[in-house]
Write a protein that binds this ligand. Structure first.
Ligand code: SF4
Length: 295
């Protein structure tokens, strides 16, 4: 058992709970739970490539966005399979043997110490493909520093600029402050992005931003911020796949984004000279959400 779980401050929520006895906001215990481990083809092209990304989805989440596209695993977590650090390392090696271009750790924040140990174990047994840390961005600088030398690629969200909306939708008024400092540390750790001759990413940071209905002004603030602070150091992935999933969403979140909102964001992306990816209309829909039934 990793000592960090005894007084958990692994993310900015700083619940300070002993996870051997009770759970904090994320609902995770000391035992790592995964919902799915498989080749995944729906990430950015530099991550999925032709063979797929070796993706491991972790149960539970430290953000708990009310519109989450993976609600089944992030909040209820009922389908998670408990896994030791050694078995997690084996999953990574298995995905490598299946031809995965990388190991893609999705929603890892609340299990960071276990994941870190599993990466070390797997590397000692021959894991040699890039490690992708796929996070909602609500991270502490200390957690990112702890992964120095082990993670090659950060695939991180930057969800909100506005504290009002980050509080309303993700119960984290200070989301932007924490996420932006965490991203700074990610860039310090892995440097400017590098894409190899095979069009696959070797290292670096991809900042993802999901355009939410009615929040295109917030999207604009984020894109401008990225351009000004990090410019050519990072790739940016502008996502339009927002799909209302839960039946209890506020009315502001019960629709997909409009073409006008999408076009406004895309135009700004281009004007700012950002490098990266813009998701197309065919990315929208419930059929784009992976199945969690076969971990
Ligand atoms: S990882 Fe979970 S328990 Fe730990 S501080 Fe974050 S939300 Fe709380």
């Amino acid at each position: 058992m990793h000592k960090e779980y005894e007084n958990c401050k692994l993310c900015p929520r700083e619940c300070e709970v002993n996870r051997t006895i009770k759970t904090g906001y994320c609902n995770a215990t000391t035992e790592t739970e995964i919902s799915r481990a498989a080749l995944h083809f729906m990430e950015e092209p530099v991550i999925s490539g032709t063979n797929g990304s070796g993706t491991i989805f972790f149960s539970h989440c430290n953000l708990g966005c009310i519109y989450c596209q993976n609600f089944d695993i992030s909040r209820r977590g009922s389908k998670g399979r408990k896994i030791t650090d050694g078995a997690l390392a084996e999953e990574m090696l298995n995905l490598q043997s299946l031809g995965a271009h990388n190991i893609n750790l999705v929603t890892p924040t609340h299990y960071m110490p276990s994941i870190k140990n599993a990466i070390i174990l797997a590397k000692n047994q021959g894991l040699n493909i890039p490690i992708v840390y796929n996070t909602g961005g609500f991270e502490t600088v200390d957690s990112i520093k702890a992964l120095d030398g082990l993670v090659d690629i950060y695939l991180t969200d930057l969800k909100y600029f506005s504290p009002y909306y980050s509080k309303l939708y993700s119960a984290s008024e200070d989301y932007f402050d924490y996420a932006s400092e965490a991203i700074e540390q990610m860039i310090n750790s892995v440097g400017k992005y590098v894409v190899g001759a095979n069009s696959l990413m070797k290292k670096g940071v991809i900042i993802r931003h999901l355009i939410l209905p009615g929040l295109v002004n917030d999207t604009a603030q984020i894109l401008k911020y990225i351009a000004k602070r990090w410019g050519e150091k990072v790739l940016v992935s502008l996502m339009r796949q927002y799909t209302p999933i839960s039946s209890s969403l506020p009315h502001t979140l019960t629709r997909v984004i409009t073409n006008e909102e999408y076009n406004t964001a895309c135009e700004l992306f281009e004007v700012l000279g950002l490098e990266g990816f813009v998701q197309q209309a065919e990315s929208v829909g419930k059929d784009k959400i992976p199945s969690w039934d076969k971990p």
